[in-house]
Design a protein around this ligand. Structure first.
Ligand SMILES: [Zn+2]
Length: 209
């Protein structure tokens, strides 16, 4: 009788563990092996550190939202970048996802504002232009002075198609449309570049001084 109870207890704990591993492996970039390692790490974690960890996750989910103007993440209705008088409102950098803002901000070379599309045109995934925040972008251009739209969608087939589409839609406005340059990795070699990257590098060649 006792033996059966012990076996049931093991099965139950396996189920909880499995559920945890399944949840973790649903995170981007986490395979089942990494998920198992993280689950064991969480099990061994100091209770205070664990509470802090859980608290941070809860805070993120409960207190962060998407900016009403640019759709980047913020704790307020309008994000710090959109509300900053130090940022140049004349140039809007159009990105696919809110996380792209983080990476561009880290470069410290862009002082304009952003506009998140929430994706890229991808017919295979059923994502058409109407699923993206393009109407909101047009509204911003209509309602404020915008001189330049920097299309910083990814240099992929979907990102390029999205940039082309937006560029054609925005022809009716008096704005300069630019696209982030893409080509070979700095420090990389032609030999190890993939065909798409290499062809893009040649197509987007610049005058050399
Ligand atoms: Zn914003």
């Amino acid at each position: 009788m006792e033996g059966i109870q012990v076996r049931e207890a093991i099965l139950l704990s396996e189920t909880i563990f499995d559920k945890m591993v399944t949840s973790l492996s649903g995170l981007p970039g986490i395979g089942r092996k990494s998920a198992t390692r993280i689950a064991f790490h969480l099990l061994r974690m100091d209770p205070n550190a664990f509470q802090l960890f859980i608290g941070n996750i809860k805070d993120t989910k409960e207190n962060l939202k998407f900016c009403k103007l640019c759709a980047g993440i913020t704790e307020h209705d309008i994000c710090d970048i959109c509300s900053s008088p130090k940022r140049d409102s004349n140039i809007l950098c159009v990105v696919e996802q809110p996380e792209d803002i983080f990476f561009i901000e880290k470069t410290n070379v862009f002082s304009g504002k952003y506009h998140v599309l929430n994706g890229a045109i991808s017919p295979l995934d059923g994502i058409g232009p109407e699923e993206l925040r393009i109407a909101e972008l047009e509204a911003r251009i209509e309602n404020q002075r915008v001189e330049e739209i920097l299309l910083a969608t990814n240099p992929t087939l979907e990102g390029d198609a999205t940039a082309s589409y937006i560029s054609s839609v925005l022809q009716k406005f008096n704005v300069r449309i630019t696209r982030i340059a893409h080509g070979l990795t700095v420090g990389g070699t032609i030999e190890y570049s993939d065909q798409y990257t290499l062809s893009k590098a040649i197509q987007s060649r610049l005058p050399f001084r």
